[in-house]
Design a protein around this ligand. Structure first.
Ligand code: URA
Length: 191
């Protein structure tokens, strides 16, 4: 099966998913989008209000900032892949629960296996937590490790994990935009 067919099947499965309770309140699941041969995979937290309405990741305020950050290093959305830890919006944008993360992350794992990115950029704490645990990295405060590159050896070869602040931080703390811009430069040096 081609990567396109595999991702298509996965998206169909996500549309039918009832592994946790979030399917009851979602408008649309948000599987993810981007290049099937992307070198870099961005992993956000969960769909918000606009993502839930449109069925696409990062299309609200945080998405505008993500687009600017990608542009700052000469990247377009179509060249990367953007996914989330959770595929359905938690009501009122509350934090994901442990049970929801456990139920949903097999989809993210499958996306990583199909796309085979060499670089994984985490956006925010829940993404950092999941990806660091998955690759047996020691978690630390994002304020200490943002923009650093962590090399992990996997059966699929060396992968680089780059923890980043969630772009939404720049909507309530404009000074953080500069930090994100610098971290994106580090990220762009990885591939
Ligand atoms: N925040 C996220 O973490 N993901 C989205 O898709 C949108 C906002």
């Amino acid at each position: 099966m081609s990567a396109e067919e595999e991702l298509g099947r996965l998206e169909e499965e996500i549309k039918e998913c009832q592994r946790c309770e979030l399917w009851k309140t979602r408008t649309n699941p948000v599987a993810g989008e981007g290049s099937l041969t992307a070198k870099v995979l961005f992993v956000g937290e969960a769909p918000g209000y606009y993502e839930d309405l449109k069925g696409r990741p990062f299309v609200g305020k945080a998405g505008k900032i993500l687009d600017e950050l990608l542009g700052s290093v000469g990247l377009e959305r179509s060249e990367v892949y953007i996914a989330n830890v959770l595929k359905c919006r938690p009501p009122g944008n509350r934090n994901p629960t442990t049970g929801e993360i456990r139920a949903c992350t097999p989809y993210l794992d499958a996306q990583m296996e199909i796309i085979k990115p060499t670089v994984i950029a985490t956006l925010g704490n829940f993404s950092l937590g999941y990806i660091f645990d998955k690759f047996c990295l020691k978690r630390d405060k994002i304020s200490k490790i943002h923009g650093k590159v962590f090399n992990v050896s996997t059966i699929a070869g060396i992968k680089k994990i780059v923890p980043l602040y969630h772009p939404a931080i720049a909507t309530y703390n404009p000074g953080m935009k500069e930090v994100l811009v610098d971290d994106f430069k580090e990220l762009a040096n990885c591939f």
